[in-house]
Design a protein around this ligand. Sequence first.
Ligand SMILES: *Cc1c(COP(=O)(O)O)cnc(C)c1O
Length: 364
Amino acid sequence: MNANHEGLAPASILVSAGRQPRIPGAGLNAPLELSSTYVADGPVDYARAGNPTWTAFEEALGALEGGSALVFSSGMAAIAAALSIAPQGAIIVVPTHAYTGTGLMLESLEKAGRAILRRVDISDTTAVIAALEGADVLWAESPTNPMLEVADLPRLCEAAHKVDALVLCDNTFATPLIQQPLSMGADVVVHSVTKYLAGHSDVVLGAAVTADTDRGRRLHEALAQHRLLHGAIAGPMETWLALRGMRTMHLRVERSSANAAVLAARLQGHPAVERVRYPGFGSIIAIEVLGGLEGAETVAAKVRLWTHATSLGGVESLIERRRRHPAEPPTVPDNLLRLSVGVEDVEDLWRDLGAALAHQIPSG
Ligand SMILES: *Cc1c(COP(=O)(O)O)cnc(C)c1O
């Protein structure tokens, strides 16, 4: 973390971090540096090892999370790098519900005999702590995708460190505006930058962030080495767009969270909605609708302002039945629709969703 940002609120960090030095005539924004190689004898000689656009993005995200960031080509690339820290044959405690790509990657490690998985409900603190006995790594995601279970991160990190287990945490859903896992004891935070950080559904990008401690710096070195050698590096254009998107993240998240709170309250008790999952913060809501799988598909097909699409965290509101994806575990209900609430007018969103849900209200 750059000392210049210490003591600043997230909104000020988002606007001011990762800027150019204030030299007369310098541009305000970081350059979009499109060079694969650099004149010899500088700090970086080849662009797989470093790029000024990355540095600007990393400075901003690092300041926001309270650590040091590394940008990757996607959230999955950052997750792969983080999991590469786990020793061969590691015992990894993992949430039953997590991002599907993470679940598939963990499963492939298990099948290859490279890891032993212990699956837990991440919101059941007692169960997670019991599972940590003799474990090497805790993979945390909170709130979870798409069930929105919330982990007690400070207690889990404390318990993990007691048994010398690393804590790797996917902070995509909460964003660093709502939760800063490094300050709660996590060792590595990963992000799908694709979602709230970039915020405009126009890039795929990821990041990993480590604490500014001796242990954190060692992990940072290992992650940087993984990026350099495995080569899952971010495109400068994507990185530049993500930093541009981040400048307004606090405004987007504030509005989408306010919209989500209004919608969650109205969905509760709606005659076509069997259950609402909403952690009380953020802008993702999961609803179970009447009419099972077909009912949920009908609602997703009938919306006009909302878009039926996967992904989340952009300015536009998206809706998706998660079990469309075969990788989503059967414990996720068939009729569960994940809503990624955007920054549109909340009354327009409600009218559109309400009209789609009306198709599922039993007549008579
Ligand atoms: C989308 C997502 C990912 C994967 O990120 P990509 O940028 O798509 O590779 C990881 N974790 C969570 C929670 C996500 O929502």
